[in-house]
Design a protein around this ligand. Structure first.
Ligand code: SF4
Ligand code: SF4
Length: 71
């Protein structure tokens, strides 16, 4: 069971990948199948069941678009 849930404000993501680099569980990846309003592949939770709710990703995001809910 996932201990946390990450929610992205997809259209504000600039695809910088910083959140991906700090996730200890490899939960996040850029979604190459879509392009957001800014013209980037947005970050998305590809392994949501692995999330431990540590909030590293939310702290690292320069645009503060990630919300972490702890379950
Ligand atoms: S809260 Fe932690 S485990 Fe969950 S996606 Fe963010 S960095 Fe990864
Ligand atoms: S750190 Fe923020 S802006 Fe950068 S890819 Fe992750 S969610 Fe998008």
């Amino acid at each position: 069971m996932a201990k946390g849930k990450v929610i992205f404000d997809y259209d504000r993501c600039k695809g910088c990948g910083l959140c991906i680099s700090v996730c200890p569980k490899d939960v996040i990846a850029l979604d190459k199948s879509t392009i957001n309003k800014k013209g980037y592949h947005p970050a998305s939770a590809v392994k949501p069941d692995e999330c431990i709710g540590c909030a590293n990703c939310a702290m690292m995001c320069p645009d503060v678009i990630i919300t972490v809910e702890r379950g």
